[in-house]
Design a protein around this ligand. Structure first.
Ligand code: PMP
Length: 370
């Protein structure tokens, strides 16, 4: 008689497939991207826009979602939404647009596109962690060039590393996260000129910086520019935008999953962009609040706060992790960067919120220093 257990009996536990034996070791070694629980907190950790849209606009969004054909697949090209974006982001006619489920997904497409064995992705450090994390996920080698002591591009080192490593892809965020500053644009141009591959200018925080490489894009055949609607009020919709010459965009588009921008995002984002001035007004309020918050931080003894062109401020304080935890105990969630990089020892990052949220943060910070 056939014993139904005989096969499985022969497989002892050590031979059973497990994540350790099946999944790539570099993936097993990674820490997953951690998002702190913000329930009930003053949420100043993730560079979101704290303002909601006016009720009349929310009513319009609700009307488009009622008529949305969610039984159908979305437009794979999202043509109507792209037309709105072209207008509101002032994208030149000669350039093409690719959309992502957040700019995170675009970063993934870009790295997947170049990640042949031995491929190098170059970035700076400290920078947005996804550039490195997705490189590792895709099997590319990430090389991070330390910023100089003013958090600017260390041009000589950068050029030497470009020469040595010949990177397929270079990421430069303008402004940079988590430092908040705009790198010197002439240094960026030198990097573009020396790059043997594609340079990605990530302008996630452009609404707060009011500076852009968009108008210079036509000059540089090896540059694409990335934007996101996350920081200017639509983080929940997940919409990232890549702009560049047709040859680059159509090559990268081959990696895009066919229906990556869902029906509701396509309809509601287009509707919000029809009221684009509202987002611009909110960004202007946040820029003014950033100045107030900067000045308030400067008045606190022991705090060193850095200039920022984004909607967050980086600051240094003794015992940062203790201070971070004390803020959390008082219901204020910011980001602890202490321990994430040697240039960020005792650094915390706070997103600019509404005036009352910023005041709560400042009061809690004062109460946390003793
Ligand atoms: N680029 C930079 C520099 C960022 O800081 C972030 C988010 N923190 C992103 C891209 C990703 O944004 P999203 O996926 O929400 O578009």
């Amino acid at each position: 008689m056939i014993d139904p257990m005989s096969n499985s009996k022969r497989i002892n536990n050590s031979m059973r497939p497990s994540p350790e034996t099946v999944i790539r070791p570099e993936i097993m070694a990674l820490q997953s991207y951690h998002v702190a629980d913000a329930t009930g907190m003053v949420k100043l950790d993730a560079m979101e826009n704290p303002y909601r849209l006016p009720q009349a606009v929310l009513d319009q969004l609700s009307a488009v979602t009622i008529t949305a054909e969610i039984n159908r697949y979305p437009d794979p090209q999202a043509l109507a939404l792209k037309a709105m974006l072209r207008q509101s982001l002032q994208i030149p006619d000669q350039l093409e647009i690719l959309l992502g489920n957040g700019s995170d997904e675009i970063i993934q497409m870009l790295i997947m596109a170049v990640a042949k064995p031995g491929a190098v992705v170059l970035g700076v450090e400290p920078a947005f962690v996804m550039f490195k994390m997705i490189s590792v996920l895709c099997g590319a080698r990430f090389v991070g060039v330390p910023l100089d002591t003013e958090f600017n591009l260390d041009l000589d080192v950068m050029l030497a590393v470009i020469e040595k490593e010949s990177p397929q892809l270079i990421f430069i965020a303008y402004p940079n996260n988590p430092t908040g500053n705009l790198f010197d644009s002439e240094r960026i141009e030198r990097v573009i000129a020396a790059a043997p591959g594609l340079v990605v200018i990530d302008e996630a925080y452009q609404a707060f910086a009011e500076k852009t490489f968009m108008d210079r894009l036509l000059q540089y055949p090896n540059v694409v520019l990335m934007r996101t609607l996350s920081k200017s009020g639509l983080a929940g919709l997940r919409l990232g935008v890549l702009v560049g010459a047709r040859a680059w965009i159509s090559a990268i588009d081959k990696l895009r999953l066919p229906y990556n921008i869902n029906v509701l995002t396509q309809l509601t984002a287009a509707k919000v962009l029809a009221h684009e001035s509202l987002l611009a007004e909110q960004a202007a309020l946040l820029r003014a609040e950033r100045t107030q918050l900067y000045l308030a931080l400067q008045t606190i003894a022991g705090v060193v706060v850095y200039q920022s062109a984004a909607n967050f401020l980086l600051f240094r304080i003794a015992d940062a992790t203790t201070v971070f935890n004390r803020l959390k105990d008082q219901g204020v969630l910011i980001k602890d960067l202490n321990g994430s990089h040697k240039a960020l020892v005792n650094c915390l990052r706070v997103t600019v919120g509404k005036p009352e949220e910023n005041a709560q943060f400042i009061a809690a910070l004062r109460a946390s220093i003793y």
